[in-house]
Structure formats: structure tokens, C-alpha cells
Write a protein that binds this ligand. Structure first.
Ligand SMILES: [Zn+2]
Length: 509
């Protein structure tokens, strides 16, 4: 963990004033109190390591909240919190103006011309995507291909009961529609209309425009049924290649996938071989984050990650780079579900120069708003979504000081009721202007019918983001990636060249 850089000069200035009994300004006091809060976070980080790496004695929520409490004299008054917020607004405004000045291209004309904006967003260089779930990549075409090739029998009641048993949701009219399909009929024996009706269940309905996570989650009952059998790898390879070819066409050169894999040498061999093959065939550098399902007991994920850590030390991988905690965040808070695995990895990494696993975590998408704070204290270097960070001024400062990457997925947030675009602009831009290295990704290209260009369109059309800020996010997607230093250099240089060419071409039109 890097040390806190917050206004050390001001704090010393005020401390000196205190010594000679000169009163501090309210701003100085606010800064001193902020430093006291951030110090608590750093102390809590050490305790997480002590309790989950050096011993096996997880911290209770009660104990945790107590640990993070500052002395009464360090608690913020309303006025001081207002000052902190004002400070952030000043930084945001200054960075916004600096970015406008630096921008080689004015995006405003594009905001009034959707076709021109779409073309711009296809062509602008993108860098990487750090938040991609393979099981969310299935497009209608790929599902059609797989079902045609393997021609499985379809039993509507299987899906209805699986979804129900897993606490997922299909709308009533969807259940009714599913029940109109004949039972135990092979896919190719269905009428065209019935095939099309069945394919709808692999994508999120467009009406209504946003859904609860449980409706989104129901799609995986269909995806898992389709792919998890003896032909899993062949089906997934088809999926990866389809996706990577499309991403490459949109200017993507680097992808991190998050998925679960058993801790076995065979997994390492498979993922390394895939990564090599995908680079050869699509030009995209592929890296993998080992997925931990957050609804499982924390102990179970910790056991798996300890096994992965040992295995990767013995059999280094060229493509496995990190871990991520995913699936439904509501009801599965970071502290209770992640401290054992993350505390262990963080502890291991703090004692070794060379380590095999970096850490990111889904946090601040929904559920307990303290999840981002707790993920950061556990030592992650990135978070997925992080939207709820918008209401936590102190953790925002912590994220800024530590330069925590945030993997933003705007269309996912709109479709899963995480952010209401009609109520306020998406907070990604506020975070970026505060100096936090935000990057754009898609979460689940297929399910949300999005891609990295559509994320660019969403960013430009719903906020006043400038060209220099889009550029910054492309570079952030490489600098906050888990690629090694050599690849980061190569990809950053490539991105720089792509921007030079892009601007020459765009401005000469
Ligand atoms: Zn995700």
C-alpha cells in the first residue's frame, strides 16, 4: 500500500500553528480530520492482513466498524464535510477545464449528430477492457450457431424451475411464453417463431429498459444449460473468438476476462494456450482474472484462492493475472464474503516482490454502500463499477490517493437500475475529474447488447465528457490493467501511435 499523500504540507502548517496556540482555519481542520480517517483505513488494512493472512480469525462487522471509528474530536462537522465537498468540486472543475484545453477534437458537434458520434466512437482508439464476463458475451447469432450445431432437446419447465430455485426471476408473461414451447423437442424441430422465442431468453428484454439483478441473473440458467457439458471448451472457444474479433475491429488491444476455473495445472495450460491462440488469431492480448462467486461462503473462496496462489507459484502462468469477486452484490457484503481470500492474497503480496495474483472486486454496484471502502482497505488495486462511491467523500479521497482503477460499465448500470440516467449524469466523469483512473468496459456485451463503442456513445451523449478525457480513459485501461510492465509499455506505445494517426485522419477530413 502506498502512503497517504493528502495535504501533508497543510497539516504540518496547522499543527505548527496549534503548537503556538494559533487557531486553525476550518479548511485546515477538515484536512486534519480527513487524514485521521484515512489513517484509520491504513491501520484497518494491516489488521485485515493480521487476521486473515498471519492468522485465520476473520473480523466481525461490529469489530470492523468500531476499528474504523475516529476519535470524537476527529469527526467531521457538517461545515467541514461541506468544505471537503467544495474542495472536490474545485478539483473537478479545474481538471474539466484543463481537459477541454487539451482536447484536439471538440465533441459538441457530435452530440447533435448521432450518426457522426457513432462513427467517431467506432474509430477512436480504445486500449483495453478490464471488466468482461465470458458467460455474458453470447449474442443472438452465437447462441443460434451453438444450438443449431448441438441441437439439444428443450424442456421449458426445466428453465422455469431452475430460475425459481436459484432465486432468479422471469417476468410472468415470459413464463407464459416459455410454456407455449413444446416439451422435450430438439431445437431444430421447433418452428422458426419458437426458435426465435427461445433465443430471446439469452438476452435481457428491452422492455422495460431497466431490470433488477435477479432478472439479469436468470439468463445464466439458460447460458449454463447451453454450454456446461462435454463440449464446454469448444463452445467457449467459438464465443471468445467471435467476441475478440469484434472487439479488435473496434480498436481494442487488451482484454481481461473474469471467470471461475478449478485450481488445476490443466486450467493453467488451457488458459495460457487460449491466450496465445487468441493473440495469434485476433491480435488482442488476453489475460484472465480468477472468479470468486460472492454468494459462496468466504472460507470456501479463501481455500480456493490459497490453492491457486500455491499452484501459480509452482506453475507460473503467462496469462492468469488476478482475481475478482462477482455475482450478486446485494446480500453478499465485501467484508463478510471477501476478507478471508483478499486478506490472504493481500498479505502474501505485501511480503513478496514477485506474486502471481492481483486483486480487483465488484463493489459499489448495489447492496451495502460500504463495500467499496472495505474492498479498498483489503488492498484491491481496482474495483468493478464503484458507482456507490459517489456518496462516500472519504473513500473517494482514499481511492484518489491510492490511484485505484475503476472499471466502469455505463450501459450495464443503466439496464440493471444501478444508475438512473434521467436523474443525474453518470458518476464515472466525476471520479475521473477527481483524478481517479477510470476506464470504460462493457461487463456483458451480449446480454446488454452493448460493445465498447456503445459505451463511448453512452459516455458522450449523457455527459459533457471531453475528447482528452476519453483519451485518458483509454490510457487508464492499460495503466490500471494487470498486464506486466513489458506489455503495458508495448500497449501504451501502440495506443499513443493509434491516437496520433486517428487525430491526423479525423482532423484532415
Ligand atoms: Zn461484472
Amino acid at each position: 500500500m502506498k502512503s497517504s499523500k493528502w495535504h501533508i504540507d497543510k497539516i504540518f502548517g496547522c499543527a505548527a500553528s496549534l503548537f503556538i496556540l494559533v487557531s486553525c482555519s476550518e479548511q485546515d481542520l477538515a484536512n486534519i480530520k480527513l487524514a485521521a480517517h484515512l489513517k484509520k483505513y491504513d491501520q484497518a488494512h494491516q489488521i485485515i492482513l493480521d487476521r486473515n493472512y498471519r492468522s485465520n480469525n476473520p473480523i466481525s462487522r461490529e469489530e470492523w466498524e468500531e476499528l474504523l471509528k475516529v476519535d470524537a474530536s476527529d469527526e467531521f462537522t457538517e461545515i467541514e464535510l461541506g468544505l471537503l465537498q467544495e474542495n472536490q468540486l474545485m478539483i473537478i472543475e479545474a481538471n474539466k477545464q484543463a481537459a477541454i484545453k487539451k482536447s484536439a477534437i471538440d465533441l459538441n458537434p457530435l452530440r447533435a449528430d448521432p450518426a457522426a458520434l457513432a462513427e467517431f466512437c467506432v474509430s477512436i482508439p480504445k486500449g483495453g477492457m478490464l471488466h468482461v464476463h465470458p458467460y455474458g458475451l453470447f449474442t443472438r447469432e452465437v447462441v443460434m450457431d451453438i444450438l443449431t450445431e448441438y441441437n439439444p432437446p428443450i424442456d421449458p419447465e426445466y428453465f422455469i424451475s431452475t430460475v425459481k430455485n436459484q432465486g432468479q426471476v422471469l417476468y410472468d408473461h415470459e413464463i407464459e411464453a416459455l410454456r407455449t414451447l413444446p416439451t422435450a423437442t430438439k431445437f431444430l424441430d421447433l418452428t422458426d417463431a419458437d426458435q426465435s422465442l427461445f433465443l430471446d431468453f439469452f438476452l435481457l428484454p428491452v422492455d422495460p429498459v431497466s431490470h433488477d439483478f435477479t432478472r439479469f441473473d436468470a439468463i445464466f440458467a439458460f447460458v449454463i444449460w447451453m454450454v456446461e457439458d462435454d463440449f464446454l471448451d469448444a463452445k467457449m472457444e467459438k464465443l471468445y473468438l467471435d467476441f475478440l474479433n469484434r472487439a479488435s475491429g473496434l480498436g481494442i488491444s487488451y482484454i481481461e476476462f473474469t471467470n471461475g476455473f478449478p485450481p488445476e495445472v490443466a486450467s493453467i495450460e488451457k488458459l495460457d494456450a487460449w491466450s496465445e491462440k487468441f493473440l495469434d488469431e485476433t491480435g488482442v492480448v488476453v489475460r484472465w482474472n480468477l472468479g470468486q462467486l460472492r454468494f459462496l461462503p468466504g472460507e470456501m473462496n479463501a481455500t480456493m484462492m490459497r490453492a491457486w496462489n500455491d499452484l501459480l507459484l509452482e506453475h507460473p502462468s503467462t496469462s492468469i493475472v488476478g482475481t475478482d469477486l462477482y455475482a450478486i452484490e446485494r446480500g453478499n457484503p465485501a467484508l463478510e464474503k471477501a476478507q478471508q481470500a483478499y486478506g490472504f492474497i493481500s498479505g502474501y503480496n505485501s511480503e513478496h516482490d514477485e506474486y502471481p495474483i492481483e486483486m480487483t472486486m465488484h463493489a459499489g454496484e448495489m447492496g451495502d454502500p460500504r463495500n467499496v471502502r472495505d474492498a479498498l482497505i483489503m488492498g484491491v488495486s481496482r474495483v468493478g463499477h464503484g458507482v456507490l462511491l459517489k456518496d462516500d467523500l472519504i473513500t473517494l479521497e482514499y481511492a484518489r490517493n491510492k490511484q485505484i482503477g475503476i472499471e466502469m460499465n455505463i450501459n450495464s448500470n443503466h439496464q440493471l437500475s444501478v444508475h438512473d440516467k434521467n436523474a443525474e449524469p453518470h458518476p464515472f466523469l466525476r471520479f475521473l475529474r477527481l483524478g481517479i483512473p477510470v476506464s470504460l468496459s462493457t461487463d456483458n456485451d451480449g446480454i446488454f447488447d452493448t460493445n465498447i463503442s456503445k459505451e463511448c456513445i453512452a459516455a458522450v451523449s449523457t455527459t459533457d465528457v471531453s475528447y482528452a478525457e476519453l483519451q485518458q480513459m483509454s490510457f487508464n485501461s492499460i495503466s490500471t490493467s494487470f498486464a506486466n510492465a513489458k506489455y503495458k509499455d508495448i500497449l501504451t506505445n501502440r495506443l499513443r501511435q493509434s491516437f496520433t494517426l486517428f487525430e491526423q485522419e479525423y482532423l484532415s477530413r
